[in-house]
Design a protein around this ligand. Structure first.
Ligand SMILES: [Zn+2]
Length: 215
């Protein structure tokens, strides 16, 4: 949709919700968009918001899929290590412990935070919001959780996640060997699912909360 047409549509507003351009602060009234449409700022042409109904409907199945993949990725061994002459297979968490034991405390903490703590926190927060929303109920602390997701998102991004996994594998390369098994494939699938999940703007949850009438 051309920026002017989109902005006109946004300005003609059928709802009272206001939306501000992130780049130039121009204020518009939010209008309902057709599937696949995107509203742009009339003044600077930056994207304002897009129709997210289809993306919203995919959020809960994707979040649950990501949680299952996350559990599988962390339940199966990802590296084989030689420790004190004994060959052991260990999970990502075990690899983090090995980094810690090898006096790489900071790296161990960063890997733990970017590959386990932040992704898991965000997935659980999304579940906490989305499950009651499917029943058209507003979860307690909705506003705080949405803000929390917005704040942890930069740390839960795929690039950070992949760097965390890669750092573990590179740092441990001297004493560990990557296992091309269930955990590695599951991590690969998890990256794809996370990419689909992260394309949804959590602030749009407000819109879908407003739009949820009793069935
Ligand atoms: Zn603008």
């Amino acid at each position: 949709m051309p920026p002017s047409a989109a902005a006109e549509l946004a300005a003609s507003g059928t709802t009272n919700a206001l939306v501000a351009c992130h780049y130039c602060d121009a204020l518009y009234q939010r209008a309902a968009l057709a599937p696949g449409e995107r509203a742009c700022c009339l003044r600077c042409g930056s994207p304002l918001y897009q129709d997210s109904r289809r993306a919203y409907r995919r959020q809960l199945p994707l979040t649950l899929t990501a949680l299952i993949l996350f559990l599988i990725s962390n339940a199966y061994p990802i590296v084989a290590m030689d420790l004190q002459g004994v060959r052991t297979h260990t999970t990502l968490l075990g690899a983090v412990e090995a980094l810690y034991a090898d006096h790489m405390e900071l790296v161990a903490f960063l890997v733990f935070a970017t590959t386990i703590l932040f992704p898991l926190t965000e997935l659980l927060m999304m579940c906490y919001l989305l499950v009651p929303m499917t029943r058209h109920r507003m979860p307690a602390g909705f506003e705080r959780i949405v803000r929390g997701i917005c704040q942890t998102r930069p740390w839960g991004m795929i690039e950070v996640f992949m760097i965390g996994v890669l750092v573990t594998l590179v740092k441990l390369s001297s004493m560990a060997e990557v296992l091309p098994g269930v955990a590695l494939w599951s991590f690969g699938a998890l990256v794809v699912v996370l990419a689909a999940l992260l394309s949804f703007d959590p602030r749009d949850l407000w819109q879908h909360l407003d739009e949820a009438p009793a069935p």
